[in-house]
Design a binder for this molecule. Structure first.
Ligand code: SF4
Length: 66
């Protein structure tokens, strides 16, 4: 069964990697990035998201002094 909120999620998604097949499928997005020790793009502020570095290390660096 496909998520019935895909279009709603796509509309609010802050990830700038537009060709991604997981866009709007948040459960697949989270699972994909967790397997790589990463977090989804929406966990990062825009200036970090656009670097496509979605590592947990970058996440911790980004927020440790905020
Ligand atoms: S964060 Fe990753 S999996 Fe999620 S929509 Fe962006 S590129 Fe795709």
């Amino acid at each position: 069964m496909r998520c019935d909120k895909v279009e709603e999620h796509k509309a609010s998604c802050t990830c700038t990697y537009d060709p991604c097949s997981r866009k709007g499928l948040c459960c697949e997005c989270v699972a994909y990035h967790l397997r790589a020790n990463e977090l989804p793009g929406c966990f990062f502020p825009a200036e970090v998201e656009r670097t496509y570095d979605r590592s947990v290390r970058r996440f911790l660096e980004t927020y440790k002094n905020r």
